[in-house]
Design a binder for this molecule. Structure first.
Ligand SMILES: Cc1cc2nc3c(=O)[nH]c(=O)nc-3n(C[C@H](O)[C@H](O)[C@H](O)COP(=O)(O)OP(=O)(O)OC[C@H]3O[C@@H](n4cnc5c(N)ncnc54)[C@H](O)[C@@H]3O)c2cc1C
Length: 644
């Protein structure tokens, strides 16, 4: 099967404008005849729902939290990229495009990434107009800071709460439309399936999380904006509720899943302390603007620190190895996340790790405090320092933070074309849930940019093209496909509720997480991945025999909710392993130990792997079929990525 990404022809810089002109339009009077379902109201979904309603479509929006305000997007700390060049430091749309393609290790589409860079500038204007309080310089202009993989300052931020402020902007736009009657908002409602009629997505099946009521909803198109699946690893920086269910159920109805093995492991998180944890905490990448990453120069010194025989503040300057600055003098501490993570792991593997577990390195602000003063550092990063202090009981103004990589973001997701439509007509996917723009590694501050680009600036154009094609005739919610899909959802719920074994769903989730981290985490080998596949299959079979799910359907039942999500993770985990096994090269966040340069950097194999993998579901416990979308590079020359 040939996957058509529908990238417009013509020069890179003109593709999006040409495409916008060529897309079909829906006239204003007809827009109100179309119903659009938006699942997920984080930044991508909130922006999409508000913008489509503003255009005149009738929107039904869904989220599983009690308010769109609680979407995981709220957790985003460090900032959002845009090629505004306010700093006059050499930035441009082309440079943001280039950095993103290179940062993603040449595994993203040129056309998509250029469009992302192009609309990035509009996002900032849109958000400022909404009242998002971006940080400003003394003179009143918007301030910028730097993020990894870039040598310019293009990251707009609102202290360490950028996601929260952006979400407030999208949420107020959404609320305006709810008030205007153009968006009907369904909170505490979980989508559990997609309804396909004659090959097109025409509805969804949901469960009300408070009453257990299972319902169907019809629409001319369905947009999944349901976030990432990092929680397949159990421990991650993601909110506890993040899951893959919506995307996975769509996958089982025919939507291809792309690059599932591309996981971002963020270098600066508070290290794991033991099995009691269910969540990890990010220390934003913005901290690497001023924080310096280091490890003790020798194993002996590290041992002394671990045993408490030496205090970190007593370690002499010449006994510290600022390994990122040493190895990558051009980018220093601001190398991309995959590079920084691998180097941190290398220190720990060499025995130079610190902290009681030995699984951490330092992030040190002593120099910045000396240079700028404690107050200036507090003004920039105060909430992050407070968070660190509250979790570790160590004062980061007085001693370095201890950090270690943790699962943070998933570049994989549902395959979409340039219009953000999956291979199932009428089914779209936006934000972290799709695979589209980040290749094998996402640069910091680019997820918010992509989610808002998709929601505010891409889908409002591209959706109309499809709607105009199918016409405004009402969707028949009585079509038997709706009842049939609903029945299948109810049967699955009953199957889960019939599990009365002895092991909790959490135990299965934790075990799956261990397998994924050990064998499909920061470093992957053929042998390890093959082992992981067997382990996951055994764990999944055991889940359906021995798990315990308490309570009933007709009540608030978090045990049931969790069971459904973990069951999906148990299937997704195997696909991630298959994808990682198939991709025998290293690229970005996917590091195959067998494929590295003499210096230990990721070694790509462009001849055999310059493609997007797109997996087709073939039935329960059946191997999935791999389709390949070849990546064509006409503007950027593929080279070994270097940040030296
Ligand atoms: C700690 C942290 C810090 C970060 N900081 C940054 C940063 O500084 N800059 C940056 O660019 N990126 C950052 N990121 C990444 C970024 O926050 C996310 O990628 C982005 O916010 C995802 O937005 P989204 O709209 O795609 O999904 P989400 O915000 O996760 O929203 C998902 C929505 O889908 C709904 N949903 C999910 N499944 C279902 C279902 N089955 N039925 C109904 N509703 C469903 C949820 O209720 C929610 O409304 C950070 C991530 C983390 C974890």
């Amino acid at each position: 099967m040939i996957l058509d990404a529908k990238i417009p022809k013509g020069p890179l810089a003109e593709k999006w404008s040409t495409h916008k002109f060529n897309l079909k339009l829906v006239n204003p009077a007809n827009k109100r005849k179309y119903d659009v379902i938006v699942v997920g109201t984080g930044l991508a979904g909130g922006a999409a729902a508000a913008s489509l309603a503003e255009l005149g479509y009738n929107v039904k929006a869904f989220c599983f939290q009690d308010s769109p305000r609680r979407a995981h997007s709220i957790a985003a700390q460090g900032g959002i990229n845009a090629a505004k060049n306010y700093r006059n430091d050499g930035d441009s749309v082309y440079r943001l495009f280039y950095d993103t393609i290179k940062g993603g290790d040449y595994r993203a589409r040129e056309g998509n990434v250029y469009r992302l860079a192009e609309v990035s500038v509009n996002i900032i204007d849109q958000c400022v107009a909404q009242g998002v309080p971006f940080a400003r310089e003394y003179g009143g202009l918007l301030d910028n800071r730097s993020f990894g993989g870039a040598q310019v300052s293009r990251t707009f931020y609102a202290r360490g709460q950028t996601g929260q402020q952006l979400l407030l902007g999208a949420y107020s736009a959404l609320n305006r439309q709810i008030n205007a009657g153009k968006v009907k908002m369904y909170t505490r409602t979980e989508m559990l399936d997609v309804v396909i009629v004659d090959g097109k997505a025409q509805g969804i099946v949901t469960r009300n999380l408070e009453t257990g009521k299972v319902e169907t909803h019809s629409g001319h198109a369905v947009l999944l904006c349901t976030g990432g699946y990092g929680n397949v690893f159990y421990l991650s920086t993601n909110a506890m509720g993040c899951n893959v269910t919506a995307a996975w159920r769509a996958h089982k109805r025919g939507a291809f899943f792309s690059n599932p093995c591309y996981t971002q492991i963020h270098p600066t998180c508070i290290p794991v302390t033991g099995d009691h944890q269910s969540k990890l905490t990010l220390m934003s990448e913005s901290l690497r603007n001023d924080g310096r990453v280091w490890a003790p120069k020798t194993v002996e010194l590290a041992q002394k620190l671990r045993k408490g025989e030496l205090k970190v503040t007593d370690l002499k300057e010449e006994d510290r190895d600022y390994f990122l600055e040493r190895k990558y003098p051009s980018f220093g501490n601001l190398v991309p996340r995959d590079v920084a993570s691998r180097n941190g792991k290398e220190m720990v593997d060499e025995g130079r790790g610190v902290g009681s577990t030995g699984v951490a390195v330092f992030l040190d602000f002593a120099d910045a405090i000396k240079r700028l003063g404690e107050d200036a550092v507090r003004a920039k990063y105060g909430n992050l320092f407070d968070m660190y202090y509250q979790i570790t009981d160590e004062n980061p103004y007085k001693q370095p933070m201890r950090i270690y990589p943790a699962v943070h973001y998933t570049m994989g997701g549902l395959w979409v074309d340039y219009n953000l439509m999956t291979n199932v007509p009428g089914l779209y996917c936006l934000g972290e849930a799709n695979f589209s723009d980040h290749g094998a590694n996402r640069l910091g501050a680019s997820a918010l940019m992509q989610g808002l680009a998709d929601g505010y600036f891409v889908i409002p154009y591209t959706l109309g093209d499809y709607l105009a094609t199918i016409g405004p005739k009402p969707i028949d919610g009585k079509n038997p496909a709706f009842e049939k899909t609903k029945k299948e959802v109810e049967e699955r719920i009953q199957k889960l509720l019939s599990l009365r074994g002895t092991k909790t769903v959490d135990e299965y989730h934790r075990e799956l997480g261990h397998i994924m981290w050990e064998y499909c985490g920061m470093a992957r080998t053929e042998e390890g991945l093959k082992k992981a596949k067997g382990l996951i299959q055994t764990l999944r079979a055991d889940f359906w025999k021995n798990a315990i799910v308490l309570g009933e359907n007709e009540e608030l039942n978090q045990s049931l909710e969790k069971a459904g999500r973990v069951a999906d993770f148990l299937e997704l985990g195997e696909l991630m392993v298959d994808d990682a096994l198939m991709r025998k090269e290293s690229c970005g966040g996917h590091f195959r130990v067998e494929s590295q340069t003499p210096e230990g950097e990721a070694l790509r194999d462009d001849e055999h792997f310059a493609f997007v993998s797109a997996w087709e579901y073939k039935g329960d416990n059946q191997p999935e079929e791999l389709h390949k979308e070849e990546l064509v590079f006409e503007n950027v020359h593929l080279t070994q990525r270097s940040y030296k």
